[in-house]
Design a protein around this ligand. Structure first.
Ligand SMILES: [Zn+2]
Length: 397
C-alpha cells in the first residue's frame, strides 16, 4: 500500500499538510498529474504522504462522489478504476459484466489500494468530471436510472453510456444504431433513425482494448469463449451480495504440456466469470489471487475450472469443482449484525466422497467476516487438488 511512500518521502512540514491536502482534494481544484516542475513534485509527495486509503476515502467525500455516478444511490462503495467513477453495488454488477477491458471494478473497502491506483483515479477527476464527459450529450428526454431502478434499466443505461458511448459529445448520431436492448426498459431514445451509421465510431473509442480482446479470442479456446458469453448476460441479474474468492494454490495438477502445465483458474458464478493469472510451468502453482463475483439472487453454485494456457492451440482442461455457497451466504446473513469480535466456527461442510472435499469446509466468523476454506479434489481429470478461501459480503454492507 502506501508504506513505501510514507517511509521514503519526507513528512510534510507541520501545519501546512492539511491545508494543502484540502486544496488538493477540493472539488474545484482537482489534482493534476505533476509536471517536471520541482514544486509540483513537492505537491505530489505531500499528497502521497497521506496514504492510498486515506486519499481514496477523501475522494469519496467530494460532493459528486457521494452518490453513484450512474443511478445516484447514496454512499457508493465501489469504483470503476478504468473509468474513474464511484458506483453503487448494483451498478457495479453491471460494470463487471461489461468486462474489465471497459470497466475494472474495485471495492473501496475490500480491495487493497496502491498509490498508483489512487493517482490514476484522481487523474480521471471523479464522478462529476467523468459524467460531464460520458453524459455530455445525454438527450433531454432520457431519464437516468435512480436508486430504485430495475436491473434492466441500469444495465441498459450503463451499457449505452460506457460501452456504446452514446452520450459522448458529438456522438448523438451513434444512438440510431443502438436501440435499447431491452424492450421493457423505460429508457428510450427518441431519435429519428434517418441514416445508418456503422459501429466504427463506437469501436474506435475502445479500439485498442477491443483489438486485444478480439485477438485473444482468435487463438482461443472454449474457456474464454465461455467467459465472454456468460459475462455478456451478467448485467441482467439482481445481486444479493458478493463473494470474494482467494484462489490459494493447486497441488499435483495434471500434466498438459511435455512435462508440466501453465495453469490458470476460471471462477464462474451464474452468468459471470473471472480468472486468475497464468502460472507458467508449474504443477503446484501458488496464485494467492483474490477475485470478486456478485452473488445472484438465485445463488448458483460456484464453479471452478482449471485450464492449461496454450499459445497456439486451445487451452487444455485440467479439472473442475463445484462449490455450494448457500451455507456461506446463510451464515453471512445470520451473523450480519453480530458484534462478536473473537473468531468462531459457525458451521462446516463435512468432507465425504461425494463432495470431493479433502477436509471439512469450515465456515468461520473472523473479525466480523464470514469465511470458508475449501480444499477439494478436482473432478473430470486424472489428478489435482485446489485450495480456495471464500468470503461473503452482503449487499447491505
Ligand atoms: Zn448505482
Amino acid at each position: 500500500m502506501s508504506t513505501q511512500y510514507e517511509t521514503s518521502d519526507p513528512k510534510p512540514p507541520s501545519g501546512s499538510g492539511s491545508c494543502l491536502y484540502d486544496l488538493l482534494c477540493s472539488d474545484t481544484t482537482p489534482w493534476e498529474r505533476p509536471s517536471d516542475a520541482e514544486s509540483t513534485w513537492f505537491l505530489r509527495k505531500e499528497w502521497r504522504s497521506f496514504g492510498a486509503r486515506a486519499r481514496l476515502e477523501r475522494m469519496l467525500e467530494e460532493s459528486g462522489n457521494r452518490v453513484c455516478a450512474d443511478c445516484g444511490s447514496p454512499d457508493p462503495k465501489w469504483v470503476s478504476l478504468s473509468l474513474g467513477v464511484f458506483i453503487c453495488i448494483k451498478c457495479s454488477g453491471v460494470h463487471r459484466s461489461l468486462g474489465s477491458h471497459i470497466s475494472k471494478v474495485y471495492s473501496v473497502k475490500l480491495d487493497e489500494w496502491t498509490d498508483d491506483q489512487v493517482d490514476s483515479l484522481v487523474n480521471l477527476g471523479g464522478n462529476n468530471v467523468v459524467n460531464n464527459k460520458y453524459e455530455a450529450a445525454l438527450p433531454d428526454n432520457l431519464k437516468k436510472p435512480g436508486p430504485d431502478s430495475s436491473i434492466e434499466e441500469r444495465s441498459d443505461f450503463i451499457r449505452r453510456k460506457y460501452q456504446m458511448l452514446q452520450f459522448l459529445e458529438g456522438h448523438e448520431e451513434t444512438a440510431c444504431c443502438h436501440q435499447p436492448q431491452h424492450p421493457t426498459s423505460s429508457l428510450t431514445l427518441h431519435i429519428t433513425p434517418n441514416h445508418h451509421c456503422s459501429d466504427k465510431k463506437v469501436s474506435e473509442k475502445h479500439g485498442k482494448h477491443r483489438h486485444k480482446f478480439r485477438n485473444s479470442w482468435v487463438r482461443n479456446s472454449d474457456p474464454q469463449k465461455m467467459t465472454k458469453k456468460i459475462n455478456s448476460l451478467a448485467g441482467m441479474v439482481e445481486f444479493v451480495g458478493l463473494i470474494k474468492v482467494n484462489v490459494v494454490k493447486g497441488t499435483n495438477l495434471a500434466v498438459r504440456d511435455m512435462v508440466s502445465s501453465d495453469p490458470y483458474v476460471i471462477l464462474a458464478l451464474g452468468q459471470q466469470s473471472v480468472k486468475t493469472r497464468v502460472i507458467k510451468n508449474n504443477l503446484n502453482p501458488v496464485w494467492n489471487e483474490s477475485l470478486m463475483l456478485s452473488i445472484p439472487e438465485n445463488v448458483p453454485p460456484l464453479k471452478v475450472f482449471v485450464y492449461d494456457k496454450d499459445t497456439f492451440k486451445n487451452d487444455d482442461f485440467m479439472g473442475d469443482a463445484e462449490i455450494d455457497i448457500q451455507p456461506l451466504l446463510a451464515a453471512a446473513k445470520a451473523y450480519e449484525k453480530s458484534e462478536i469480535s473473537e473468531s468462531m466456527q459457525l458451521r462446516k461442510w463435512v468432507a465425504d466422497h461425494d463432495n470431493h472435499l479433502i477436509k471439512d469446509g469450515v465456515i468461520t466468523l473472523t473479525d466480523g467476516k464470514v469465511k470458508q476454506e475449501i480444499s477439494c479434489s478436482l473432478q473430470h481429470v486424472e489428478r489435482g487438488m485446489l485450495e480456495i478461501e471464500l468470503e461473503c459480503v452482503l449487499l447491505t454492507q
